[in-house]
Design a protein around this ligand. Structure first.
Ligand SMILES: CC(C)(COP(=O)(O)OP(=O)(O)OC[C@H]1O[C@@H](n2cnc3c(N)ncnc32)[C@H](O)[C@@H]1OP(=O)(O)O)[C@@H](O)C(=O)NCCC(=O)NCCS
Length: 175
């Protein structure tokens, strides 16, 4: 199975690897990073390693969330990618970066590559993005990627916004 998925001007997107475990643990250990995600931190590096070991998305769907590697230093810088929701039968785009990398356009850069992979290599018709209504940075990234508002919904007492983009509108936005 091909492990390197895409190269962007500054990064490489590749499959999760066991060597990412310590940095993945650290990423999720920052409460500011998890604030709008609804996720709990890993309890230990070995729990992060187990998560990676048990991650089956690539085998089942081809795509998945991918680790982001900074090309210049080979540093791990979080993840970006696609996730099939069994509950909604929809594919969503997600991203999560350590705080030191925020505000430099990395989510937009890697998110674009993930959308391109989804539409061109995996034949997806539509990709959604979900963010808590207060997660303005994330919603702004989804907008910059060409997504438009689809709906608002409530889950576990939180307001969420769902945006989406269809394949036929993907190229148009970037022309
Ligand atoms: C959301 C996240 C991935 C964004 O990553 P990033 O690399 O900083 O995003 P970018 O730099 O590509 O773009 C961020 C945009 O949001 C804007 N922004 C940042 N904070 C904002 C805020 N509070 N309100 C409005 N806009 C905001 C930035 O100015 C930028 O827009 P611009 O390019 O027009 O100036 C990052 O903050 C993160 O990892 N957060 C924690 C995890 C998370 O919440 N993930 C999303 C779950 S749905």
């Amino acid at each position: 199975m091909k492990r390197i998925i895409a190269k962007t001007p500054r990064t490489i997107l590749r499959h999760f690897a066991l060597k990412d475990a310590a940095a993945f643990f650290e990423l999720n250990a920052d409460p500011e990073v998890l604030r709008y995600t609804g996720d709990a931190p890993f309890k230990s590096v070995s729990q992060a390693r187990e998560f990676i070991r048990n991650y089956r998305h690539y085998q089942i769907y081809g795509y998945g969330r991918w680790s982001i590697i900074l090309s210049s230093t080979k540093e791990y810088m979080g993840f970006c990618g696609l996730n099939f929701s069994v509950k909604n039968h929809e594919v969503d785009l997600g991203f999560r970066l350590p705080r030191r990398f925020w505000g430099q356009g990395f989510a937009t850069e890697t998110g674009f590559a993930a959308l391109r992979e989804g539409f061109s290599n995996y034949g997806l018709e539509k990709i959604v993005g979900r963010a808590m209504a207060e997660n303005k940075a994330s919603l702004h990234v989804l907008e910059k990627l060409g997504m438009t508002f689809e709906k608002e919904f409530e889950e576990e007492n939180m307001r969420w916004v769902q945006m989406s983009l269809r394949r036929e509108d993907f190229g148009v936005f970037y022309e």
